[in-house]
Design a protein around this ligand. Sequence first.
Ligand code: FES
Length: 133
Amino acid sequence: MIEQIFYPQPIQLSRLKSGVINIIDIDREVYVIAIKLGDKLEIIEDICPHMGGLLSQGKYCPKTNTLQCSWHGYIFDLETHLFKENPNEEIWEKLRYPTKHFTPGKTPKYKLSLLAYEIRGDEAYVYRKGNLS
Ligand code: FES
């Protein structure tokens, strides 16, 4: 049955607020965040790729199209979905010395986990992982 490839609860597009983090339950407490900016809609797992913080508790900036996690403040670019900046680096600069496992100045490769979806009328059906369009 084709519907099993989607999470059961579609996202009502007309209820989404533009330029903010929309927190949506797509399957009995499986939350995702939906960010709508202009015609673009991003549906992202509510988990930070750094250490698992809830991105829904973070901040979205429509001017820079970036998402900031509330746990350690990492900023992600929603154009590339990649880690963009760690605002703490300046503060901790004197403590950031090279070790076997750490190279200062090297940009981490953290990436937001996007979920694919399909629009049907006023609803976005989110594909389950492994069923990407
Ligand atoms: S868990 Fe998100 S920045 Fe660390």
